[in-house]
Design a protein around this ligand. Structure first.
Ligand code: B4P
Length: 188
């Protein structure tokens, strides 16, 4: 099984590239951002809890996202592998992911980390805010999301570097060029 963590700051192209990776490799897409937005749209208790946190650009509590991921792994029938998009976002989530995979005889193959300049992140997210009206894509919240990434999520990179699973990819340029770089990493 091919299990990949797709990592990067907000706006680095995780969701965008995940779609292309699942098309090519037939993996199951597990995006905690999408799962949380579905809970909000469904007005569930979990969604109501998550909504105010996401509107501020803060992280939803670890136990909530870990539980969601665990349910989805167990609900997938005969998967070829998983792509974890936007998860793990804290070292605690990374440790929990390793633990829950190990219990099922699975492991992460590698983590692909998309490297994108700060101004480009802001420009992409502001553009999406204008086009799609996502509540957290406005300048004040984007800046907080980047700060939260630097403070709480960036250390996850060291966690994977420590296990030899980190693979850095230049996330600047066209979507197709970036996808080519990613496929070279996966195919090697
Ligand atoms: P996410 O949904 O994961 O959102 P994101 O980090 O902003 O990135 P996303 O994947 O959507 O965007 P992409 O870079 O593809 O998280 C949202 C919130 O949910 C978090 O702030 C947090 O509150 C909560 N959350 C999620 N997971 C959590 C967890 N594990 N723990 C706790 N809380 C969690 O693309 C952005 C834009 O750039 C798009 O419009 C795209 O079209 C464009 N784009 C992509 N690649 C491009 C390129 N090469 N050139 C030009 N534009 C490009």
């Amino acid at each position: 099984m091919l299990n990949i963590v797709l990592f990067g700051p907000p706006g680095s192209g995780k969701g965008t590239q995940s779609e292309k990776i699942i098309d090519r490799y037939g993996l199951v897409h597990l995006s905690t951002g999408d799962l949380l937005r579905a809970e909000i749209a469904g007005k569930t208790d979990l969604g109501l809890q998550a909504q105010s946190i996401m509107q501020k650009g803060e992280l939803v509590p670890d136990e909530i996202v870990i539980g969601m991921i665990e349910n989805r792994i167990d609900g997938s029938e005969d998967p070829k592998g998983f792509i974890f998009d936007g998860f793990p976002r804290t070292v605690e989530q990374a440790e929990a992911l390793d633990e829950l995979l190990e219990k099922r005889g699975l492991s992460i193959g590698f983590m692909i980390s998309l490297d994108v300049k700060r101004q480009e992140l802001i420009d992409r997210l502001l553009k999406r805010g204008q086009e799609q009206g996502r509540e957290d894509d406005n300048l004040e919240v984007i800046e907080n999301r980047i700060k939260v990434y630097e403070d709480q999520t960036f250390p996850v990179m060291d966690y994977y570097k420590g296990t030899g699973k980190y693979r850095g990819v230049d996330g600047m340029g066209s979507i197709d060029d970036i996808f080519d770089r990613i496929t070279r990493v996966i195919d090697s």
